[in-house]
Write a protein that binds this ligand. Sequence first.
Ligand code: ADP
Length: 248
Amino acid sequence: MSDPFTQTAEPADTDPTVVAADTRPSALRLTGVVKSYREGDSRLDVLKGANLEINEGELVALVAPSGAGKSTLLHIAGLLEAPDSGEILIAGKSAGSLTDAGRTELRRNHIGFVYQFHHLLPEFTALENIVIPQLINGLDRPQAVERAEQLLDYMRLADRKDHRPAELSGGERQRIAIARAVANAPHLLLADEPTGNLDPKTSGFVFDALAALVNASGLAALVVTHNMELAARMDRRVTLEGGQVRLL
Ligand code: ADP
């Protein structure tokens, strides 16, 4: 079979392959991903050969109705769930042949997650929430603190560093969650409705911070959103239809 990611001749609307926009290094490449769930006696086919490539520096929106398989795709791309078949490359490294420990290491080094709810550790300060994942990843505390302070600065939250999540606004918490997700300098950021719980103005503000970070760091981001205004501001929009990724 020829390489689906180099086929550009077919029109996008008939081609299930979604081709990354340029020749920057690939951060995520899903090829022929199949995933089904058993439901009693029957089987629910959620992904039926999904292909998706995202290059470093690209911000891609995933917009699809509830139940279409967005979270499943994100979990598989994030190596949290194994596909039934298909290939997953993260920053050029194949996840399929790895042991559980190898997958965990690949995830820890290369992938950051942001969820609709911030999931910050409530008993720790904003700074500590960004420091801890770096310590887990083996960084020295002074280095981890320095990077956390830089990220807080970047997110314009330097004056909130000693606050605990309960003392922060929803938008501030999400910006801290984004800073935490990129603390270990991943190649890929996977975000599941990161602004879904915020009012429109705050959503825009949090999205601006996310987009600026992607631009500045060369990170690749796949962002699930129902917000068409935000989707319109991303580099590319894809959807899930019949278990396959299609360009919107
Ligand atoms: P979305 O994120 O687009 O709402 P999901 O990926 O969460 O969609 O789910 C796609 C379909 O797969 C849904 O019908 C859902 O009920 C089903 N599903 C998801 N996870 C599981 C699971 N662990 N076991 C059984 N069915 C599941």
